[in-house]
Design a protein around this ligand. Structure first.
Ligand SMILES: Nc1ncnc2c1ncn2[C@@H]1O[C@H](COP(=O)(O)OP(=O)(O)OP(=O)(O)O)[C@@H](O)[C@H]1O
Length: 242
């Protein structure tokens, strides 16, 4: 599979000394303790690290869902460190797709309607049917979440995230609730979207096997980046087992 070097090294995200401290009354939790990082255009990055090492905190800040306590960060040329709530909402709507561990689908809406929630408010969306075809669910469009497997529901969530043609796809434990076989199908969908559309993709996981499909692997420890590895050769998601 293509190496990162083959791709344009546009800097999509940059962070400088990013910190996040939670004040829980008696103790301060340093969720991020100074993160300097660049994520590049079209790359698929896997963020690995023990529970509590700060992965979700970082992804939530990059996605405009949370704010840092200190440091600075940019999306392309735009500094978002002190963006207003309105600016962050517009940034999320126009540029970011999210995929979470628990699919967050609306149970009373079928697959097509769940995707339509996003396409109705996006600037240049795909048709819901097109997004569902892309994740291999063209035949399940009228099904409700309760009628679908976990993997299918997660693929509806991916269709919803990509239907607005986001520049970045931020995925927090997208296979955390899935068995190996189903998880592999979901990863394969993410990999194909990254390949076909060049969507910059970051995937948080506890599962070290998943690092094999990434262009780069970023390892977290205690709110800091411990190590960054570049994969000389990558595996197709379908070749990964756990
Ligand atoms: N709202 C909050 N209030 C207080 N502490 C928090 C809050 N959110 C996160 N934390 C703490 O910040 C630290 C980093 O959490 P974070 O969720 O970013 O880690 P993570 O690496 O994503 O972990 P996991 O893999 O378990 O999801 C943890 O110690 C966590 O308990």
């Amino acid at each position: 599979m293509a190496r990162l070097d083959d791709r344009a090294r546009e800097v999509v995200f940059r962070t400088e000394g990013l910190t996040k401290t939670y004040d829980t009354g008696e103790v301060q939790v340093h969720a991020l303790a100074g993160v300097d990082l660049e994520l590049f255009g079209s790359e698929l990055t896997v963020l690995l690290g023990p529970s509590g090492s700060g992965k979700s905190t970082l992804l939530n800040i990059l996605g405009g869902l949370d704010r840092p306590s200190g440091g600075r960060f940019w999306f392309r040329e735009t500094e978002l460190t002190r963006a207003s709530d309105r600016q962050l909402t517009r940034y999320r709507r126009d540029h970011v797709g999210f995929v979470f561990q628990f699919y967050n689908l609306v149970p009373s809406l079928n697959a097509r309607e769940n995707v339509q929630l996003v396409t109705d408010v996006a600037k240049r969306p795909m048709k819901p049917a097109e997004a569902l075809e892309l994740v291999g669910l063209g035949h399940r469009m009228d099904h409700f979440p309760a009628q679908m497997s976990g993997g299918e529901q997660q693929r509806v969530a991916i269709a919803r995230a990509i239907a607005k043609r986001p520049d970045v796809l931020l995925c927090d434990e997208p296979t955390g609730a899935l068995d190996s076989h189903t998880g592999t199908q979901v990863l394969s969908t993410l990999q194909r979207i990254n390949d076909e559309f060049g969507t910059t993709t970051a995937v948080i996981t506890h599962n070290a096997a998943i690092r094999l499909m990434a262009h780069r692997v970023i390892r977290f420890q205690d709110g800091r980046i411990d190590r960054i590895e570049e994969n000389d050769s990558r595996l197709a998601a379908t070749e990964i087992h756990w």
